[in-house]
Design a protein around this ligand. Structure first.
Ligand code: GUN
Length: 283
């Protein structure tokens, strides 16, 4: 039997509905969750992602502001903008859209965000807490992927998980989240010697590379859950990393691209924004 589809759009809209309810409860207490997005440069994909985030905020009743800089912006100017947003009591959540223009230190900029406003979970403080098993503000794509796996009813504990991505955005936080749930985690990347050998061991396979056709027939264990977080454009179509029709034959569950991980990332950002507003209320 071919793998069942995991519907990211449906899961994400459930989260958005629940965020909407939480936002109206917070508003009754005089709190209006507000997300500030810092966008530096002219990356077309980044602009599109930011627009999706703005639309999602509008849907959920979350206030949204965009702080935009040209490609030539100096690191100090971005840092100053973040310091200002940190101090602004009306702003509960800050997200710095990646990638940043060349010459700007991603680590320095991301670490300037006040950890309780860090809805991307990219600060050293939040990544460190995650390593300790304290999942407060965790990276949205990793969080969304874990929710998609859990939506299948599969227990993560004791499973072999293989992640093809070792970035701070996806692979590192996801590996920690799966370790926190007692999976046996293998993290692969472009220097991995035999990718197919590693992916074939996986009960849960997550790929987030942006290379269509990377995961082919014969690379997936029978009955595996396949989560495809890869995004690439080809002939006007959005494609994931997995050769969908071939891989579906062996998988028990599989996410489509588009309509899988993408909507979950945005929904988890809304969830983190409300969580950040609540954390700041606690002080
Ligand atoms: N660029 C690609 N993915 C992401 C993400 O999850 N967060 C941010 N801030 N930038 C990204």
């Amino acid at each position: 039997m071919p793998g069942k589809l995991i519907d990211g759009i449906e899961q994400a809209s459930k989260i958005t509905e629940s965020v909407k309810n939480e936002v109206s409860l917070l508003q009754k207490q005089g709190i209006k969750p507000r997300l500030a997005v810092v966008l530096a440069g002219e990356n077309a994909a980044s602009k599109l992602y930011v627009e999706k985030k703005r639309q999602a905020c509008e849907k959920a009743g979350v206030a949204f502001e965009l702080v935009k800089f040209p490609e030539t912006v100096k690191e100090e100017v971005v840092l100053e903008a973040i310091i200002k947003l940190n101090k602004d009591a009306q702003v509960n959540a800050i997200l710095v859209q990646l990638p940043l223009p060349k010459g700007i230190s991603q680590e320095r900029v991301l670490n300037e965000v006040f950890p309780l406003k860090d809805v991307d979970g990219f600060t050293s403080a939040n990544l460190g807490m995650l390593a300790y098993g304290n999942e407060q503000l965790v990276a949205c794509t990793a969080k969304g992927i874990v929710k998609l796996i859990e939506s299948t009813g599969t227990k993560i504990e004791g499973k072999n998980a293989c992640i093809v991505n070792h970035s701070v955005v996806v692979g590192k936080p996801l590996s920690l989240m799966l370790l926190n749930r007692n999976a046996t985690v293998t993290v692969c990347h472009e220097f991995t010697k035999d990718l197919a050998f590693q992916t074939r061991q996986a009960d849960i396979l997550v790929t987030a590379v942006g290379k269509p056709g990377l995961v082919k027939a014969g690379m997936v264990k029978k009955g595996a859950i396949v989560i495809d977080a890869g995004i690439a454009k080809k002939d006007g179509k959005t494609l994931g990393d997995a050769d969908f029709e071939a891989v579906k034959k062996d998988a028990s569950f599989i996410t489509p691209v588009p309509g899988g991980v993408g909507p979950m990332t945005v929904a988890c950002l809304l969830e983190n924004t409300v969580l950040a507003a609540k954390l700041q209320r606690k002080g």
